[in-house]
Design a protein around this ligand. Structure first.
Ligand code: ADP
Length: 320
């Protein structure tokens, strides 16, 4: 195994309840008859009830910009004044900490036995990356370990009161996605990310069907890497084609949330741990991220009949 889990309940092997630390916040600890799975589900439900909106960011294909969108969506919502957390559910490729400059950080355990999420740029973050001894270590786990870990990220972490928990799912429609959906239960909505070329759209359409079959709300499709304005000659180049995401959204009858351009500065900012939409908050690519965030916020506001937040998006980190 590439990483040794050091958290209180890392053992997926035994049947004994390893969630006894959860009893400290259990209101029925005198009479509790729960088995191990009962405890972990109870704890996840307890954490999730303090989070207003649980948003899943997903795509069936890797490398289309899910994690990048998750980070920029999160900073954009935080800029609007919301309390935001990012749950990096990509066990095999946990890149969120790198994208927010938190690589190498370790999660700490609170006096109550919960896991304290890492705080950065006004957001709470939890990720497998924080548990790796060495960032080059691969995770080679069977499903039982993954199940345990997903439980930990959702129930073990002290997310506390949040307006938004952005869950960055790994590519595909497998174990991690199914388990996350099952444990969260009341997912507010799913954002599906695709690039515009046909091979990516084929996968995005599978994601739409997957979410529909799971009977969860779809917030919409984002078309990422949609056209490049050459930084030298300003010519517009459709590297991965353009418009496919919007057409697929129309064909499948789901909302289209917008296009994010292919922008070399997004890569540079991500690699240096400075979320693009926070540091360049008034450039066109950031506007595209903010527009997606506004649509997500609008969807959630309508769903929970909440008044609009009228805070101007102004980043304290903006580069001059
Ligand atoms: P995924 O989470 O879907 O695997 P990532 O978010 O890790 O994808 O993105 C893959 C790569 O593409 C990263 O290097 C990221 O910086 C880059 N990327 C994502 N979105 C854009 C964009 N709009 N413009 C340029 N590069 C992007």
């Amino acid at each position: 195994m590439g990483a040794e889990l050091t958290m209180a309940s890392a053992s997926a092997a035994g049947d004994a309840c390893t969630y006894m630390w959860a009893c400290a916040i259990c209101d029925e600890n005198e009479t509790c008859q729960k088995d191990k799975e009962g405890h972990s589900r109870w704890l996840v439900a307890k954490r999730m009830e303090r989070i207003e909106h649980k948003i899943l960011v997903m795509s069936n294909k890797g490398g289309v910009g899910k994690s990048t969108l998750s980070v920029n969506l999160a900073v954009s919502l935080a800029l609007k004044g919301h309390e935001v957390g990012i749950c990096d559910m990509d066990i095999h490729g946990p890149n969120i900490p790198k994208m927010v400059g938190a690589e190498g950080q370790r999660l700490k355990i609170s006096a109550g036995g919960g896991i304290i999420p890492h705080q950065v740029y006004n957001m709470k973050i939890a990720s497998m990356s924080f548990l790796l001894q060495n960032s080059d270590d691969p995770i080679i786990w069977r499903d039982a370990y993954k199940f345990e870990f997903i439980n930990q990220l959702l129930g073990g972490v002290e997310w506390q009161d949040l307006n938004y928990l952005i869950v960055d799912l790994p590519p595909g429609t497998g174990n991690e996605s199914v388990t996350t959906m099952d444990l969260i239960g009341e997912v507010t909505g799913c954002v599906i990310v695709s690039t515009p070329q046909e091979v990516a759209l084929l996968d995005a359409r599978k994601s739409v069907t997957f979410v529909r079959d799971s009977e969860l709300p779809i917030i919409g499709i984002v078309e990422n890497m949609s056209g490049l304005d050459c930084p030298h000659c300003r010519e517009h180049i459709e590297v991965f084609r353009a418009g496919g995401g919007e057409a697929s959204a129309r064909d499948m009858g789901v909302p289209f949330l917008g296009r994010i351009p292919l922008d070399p500065d997004v890569v540079r900012q991500s690699d240096s741990g400075e979320p693009y939409a926070l540091f360049h908050s008034d450039l066109p690519t950031a506007d595209a991220y903010h527009a997606v965030a506004n649509r997500v916020d609008e969807f959630c506001r309508k769903k929970h009949k909440r008044a609009p937040v009228s805070v101007a998006v102004q980043s304290p980190f903006k580069k001059k």
